[in-house]
Design a protein around this ligand. Structure first.
Ligand code: AMP
Ligand code: MG
Length: 473
């Protein structure tokens, strides 16, 4: 029997408001994930829709919207909060505490100028990318269900309403701490820090928890860089204290390798470009550390923060070695990787395609990358890099066969490129869920072969390249 807990509501009332959801008109279930079973939610589909749509409630449930703040595009933005997301409560599961939140549930006290709604387009994107990231082994919020509605929603054009039920151990963001700090709510900050520690880092002291957050953020950035994921809106209110990828908006997986790729077309300065993400991670952590100034000596906070670059590099190098099929730790591996990225950048090769094909490479045999030359023609710069790669492979003792097998586990064949998401969105907007269903199976196992989807593992077709995504969601 389900019984929601609401431990977040043991915190000072400053941190949240009780809210009532606004149900979607004519809600229709597009997808329900396997998390329904994991969470032990024994509702049939019709009951599930009514519940997530806010027409019914389950025992223990008390819906709230959280108050938080943040820095947006480098500037203090003041109070923000859940403007259209409503938390239903927390369930204790075999995988620990899991909070359920519906995004697109209508106005809250934090909606500011917004309408509290979400459109099908952005909801499908969030739904798919959450699961795609999980399939890639990257920490992320997860999803329970996707529901569409018939309400008109006014964005650049009129779209239709939708709702994503997402699942995470907690909605805690850097911005929750920034809120308390900047509004000088010392008691609230202390309570929030202790709640976070005791609930999610019970074996750690407060400063150990901060160190852990620094390490998790560094690892997450390394994982994003490794698969070519660009978040697009790395504001501090979109940074999870638990080190999860959170708030999927104008994200993009890099297609042609462009190291300063900007996926969010509202990001005119390129603040959140692909190659900026690791340093933005540090900048955001600095904003978080500042909040603890009254609780922990400044020098200690600085020392914790200073661990970030080293943690990032260590993890990024580890993942890069796996990507290149290197077991032995060579002293010049970082340089080898950078020269590879530069060659891909100069030749505009598809990042995912190149590394997946490299997983077929036979040492000393340029011809073994036939599909790359077939697609791009012979590219001298990449061939020269292969010479360096051959030299480096000479230090390894594994066979081509074994290396190839291992590399395929680190180089996904499929990532959720924007044009793919767009095809699925069109299908859902037309009232279908077949494409979404089929793609989820691919995205859950992106390292496997999926014959029917072979074409999508190739470089993005020119007519679908550089699909522009805006912040509007
Ligand atoms: P984002 O950058 O999309 O994560 O959103 C930044 C802030 O704006 C958050 O506080 C959101 O809750 C809020 N927000 C975004 N879209 C809407 C909307 N349609 N209605 C109300 N609030 C919104
Ligand atoms: Mg957000």
């Amino acid at each position: 029997m389900i019984n929601f807990e609401n431990t977040f509501q043991t915190l000072p009332p400053f941190l949240y408001e009780r809210v009532k959801p606004t149900p979607l008109t004519k809600p229709r279930l597009i997808h329900v994930s396997h998390l329904k079973e994991d969470l032990g939610i024994a509702l049939n589909e019709a009951e599930l829709v009514k519940w997530l749509n806010g027409e019914t409630a389950l025992p223990g449930e008390q819906r709230i919207a959280g108050r938080y703040a943040g820095h947006q595009f480098g500037v203090w933005a003041g109070q923000l909060g859940d403007g259209r997301a409503i938390s239903l409560g927390e369930l204790m599961t075999a995988k620990g505490r899991q909070e359920i939140q519906t995004k697109g549930s209508g106005l809250t006290p934090f909606s500011r100028m917004g309408d509290g709604k979400a459109v099908i387009r952005s909801s499908v994107r969030e739904y798919l990318c959450s699961e795609a990231m999980a399939g890639l082994g990257i920490p992320t919020t997860r999803v329970l269900a996707l529901i569409t509605g018939e309400d008109p929603v006014y964005r650049e054009s009129v779209e239709r309403s939708a709702l994503v039920a997402r699942v995470f151990p907690s909605n805690l963001r850097f911005g929750h701490f920034e809120l308390c700090f900047h509004f000088q709510k010392d008691e609230e900050l202390k309570a929030l820090a202790e709640y976070t520690r005791a609930t999610f880092f019970p074996d750690l002291t407060l400063s150990e928890m901060l160190r852990e957050i620094v390490h998790r953020t560094a690892k997450l950035m390394a994982q994003w860089q490794n698969v070519g994921f660009c978040h697009g809106v790395m504001n501090t209110d979109n940074m999870s204290v638990l080190g999860l990828t959170i708030d999927y908006g104008p994200f993009g997986f890099m297609e042609d390798t462009v190291l300063n790729y900007v996926c969010n077309h509202s990001d005119h300065q390129g603040r959140y470009a692909y190659n900026q993400q690791p340093s933005i991670g540090m900048w955001n952590l600095e904003r978080l550390m500042v909040c603890f100034m009254k609780l922990i000596p400044k020098e200690e906070l600085q020392a914790i923060l200073n661990e970030y670059p080293q943690q990032f590099e260590k993890e990024y190098l580890r993942l890069s070695r796996q990507k290149l099929g290197l077991k032995f730790e060579g002293p010049d591996d970082y340089r080898l990787l950078i020269s590879c990225l530069q060659a891909l950048n100069h030749t505009s090769m598809d990042y995912t395609f190149f590394f997946r094909e490299l997983s077929h490479y036979q040492k000393g045999d340029v011809k073994s990358l036939k599909s790359i030359w077939d697609y791009y023609g012979h590219r001298q710069e990449v061939k020269e890099w292969l010479g360096k790669y051959d030299e480096r492979l000479g230090l390894e003792s594994v066979s081509d066969e074994e290396r190839n097998r291992e590399m395929k586990k680190s180089n996904p064949k499929y990532v959720l490129k924007n044009y793919i998401a767009q095809e699925i969105i069109a299908d859902v907007e037309a009232g279908n869920s077949q494409k979404l269903n089929a793609w989820l199976e691919v995205l859950y196992k992106p390292f496997d072969e999926h014959e029917a989807f072979e074409a999508y593992a190739r470089p993005t077709p020119p007519e679908h390249k550089n699909y522009q995504v805006s912040c509007s969601s």
